[in-house]
Design a protein around this ligand. Structure first.
Ligand SMILES: [Zn+2]
Length: 66
């Protein structure tokens, strides 16, 4: 079990489909690469990743039907 780097509380495991991350319900810390860091350039945001995932699923559905 990881501990929160901010308040040392036990981190909770969150699962989004096949992706999992940890978050602290005590101080709101979340181990998600979406912070207020302008220097870090995100190759792909979580929203884009989800959109790509759903688009991929939709295409597979179209292929199977017909
Ligand atoms: Zn915390």
């Amino acid at each position: 079990m990881n501990e929160c780097p901010r308040c040392q509380s036990p981190l909770e495991m969150l699962t989004f489909g096949e992706t999992s991350t940890v978050a602290c319900s005590h101080c709101g810390y979340a181990d998600i690469p979406v912070e207020h860091e302008r220097d870090v350039e995100q190759p792909e945001s979580w929203q884009d990743a989800f959109n790509r995932f759903y688009d991929h699923q939709a295409r597979r559905t179209e292929e199977t039907t017909g």
